[in-house]
Design a binder for this molecule. Structure first.
Ligand SMILES: Nc1ncnc2c1ncn2[C@@H]1O[C@H](COP(=O)(O)OP(=O)(O)OP(=O)(O)O)[C@@H](O)[C@H]1O
Ligand SMILES: [Mg+2]
Length: 305
């Protein structure tokens, strides 16, 4: 079973953040929504977009201050995030690793505005998002966050190009076909724009998902185990594309992964344990990442915070 399905849980508020938010509208042109993230793009090509993807910027793409999230109450309460402080620069590629239960999925959901922390602040491109109404949060998430999931989540009845354009279409925005074509060229699928996802390999489908995540020029692309379902060689191709999106398009990528080799494509690896960031490794090599993971896994969870 795909790992991300582990996260399709119902928390104590009775909500399933993925079902209600990341998967968005219940139907689209009569096609059941089988898992399309609500990433839509107003103002494609507007000047402020260029700024966001410009060179050095003072405003972090995403910033977390004192972010806490617990589940349950009383003795049964679990502190999933114990106070996360973090600022990621635009145009950076960050991997997030940690043992099972360390809070990676909770971190990703809070940072992506899919779940609300109990305390702390989260700023996306300088805008505080934790206090936003549900409607405004949904709108902001649609326009300013991209998602890449382990299981690709393409709509099977749409062509590759239509899948890439879907975020714009869902938001009722102008569909920028030229940009969709350009992104498909970038991910090596220029020839396959008219195919259906079912006619593509897993690696090719994930490349479509990357193009889809980028079409809105989001502040941050969150990738959740993007290579978890791929063989090693295909995984490398996909990771190379994420790297390229950062290096040549100025995208900001945050990727949760269990794979030290995948993490080594990032500029930096953050290690979570027991709901806290316990280590931060710049310019990670696979061996160094693996060594730190071994050390973390050996450490009692309670000792991490
Ligand atoms: N809905 C929930 N209700 C109660 N506890 C939860 C819930 N979701 C997560 N937790 C707990 O919060 C902690 C962090 O969980 P989280 O899913 O963020 O970990 P993770 O690092 O993503 O783990 P994995 O690598 O296994 O996916 C764990 O102790 C987990 O059991
Ligand atoms: Mg998880």
């Amino acid at each position: 079973m795909a790992r991300r399905h582990d996260r399709r849980r119902t928390d104590e508020r009775g909500t399933d953040p993925h079902a209600t938010d990341a998967y968005g509208d219940a139907s689209y042109d009569g096609v059941p929504n089988v898992g399309v993230p609500n990433v839509a793009a107003p103002n494609v090509g507007a000047p402020y977009r260029a700024d966001r993807y410009g060179a050095a910027q003072a405003v972090p793409a995403i910033e977390l201050r004192g972010v806490r999230r617990s589940y349950g109450r009383g003795e049964a309460a679990v502190q999933a995030l114990r106070g996360i402080d973090l600022a990621l620069a635009p145009g950076s590629f960050t991997a997030v690793m940690g043992p099972s239960g360390s809070g990676k999925s909770t971190f990703l959901q809070c940072a992506a505005g899919l779940d609300r922390p109990d305390a702390g602040e989260i700023r996306l491109g300088g805008e505080e998002i934790t206090a936003l109404s549900e409607t405004r949060l949904t709108k902001l998430r649609r326009s300013r966050i991209g998602f890449v999931f382990q299981s690709f989540n393409l709509l099977p009845s749409l062509s590759v190009e239509q899948n890439v354009l879907l975020p714009q279409r869902l938001a009722g925005e102008r569909q920028d076909r030229a940009r969709a074509r350009e992104l498909l060229e970038r991910v090596g699928l220029g020839q396959h724009a008219r195919r259906r996802p079912g006619q593509l390999s897993g690696g090719q489908q994930q490349r479509v998902a990357i193009a889809r995540a980028l079409i809105t020029r989001p502040d941050v692309v969150f990738a959740d185990e993007p290579t978890g379902a791929l063989d090693t060689r295909t995984a490398h191709e996909v990771l190379g594309l994420l790297r390229q999106a950062v290096d040549s398009l100025g995208a900001t990528v945050v990727m949760v992964t269990h794979d030290p080799v995948a993490a080594s494509f990032a500029d930096r690896v953050l290690f979570l344990a027991g709901g806290a960031i316990v280590d931060d490794l710049p310019h990670p090599g696979p061996q160094a990442v693996a060594d730190r993971m071994v050390a973390l896994t050996a450490r009692p969870v309670g000792a991490a915070a």
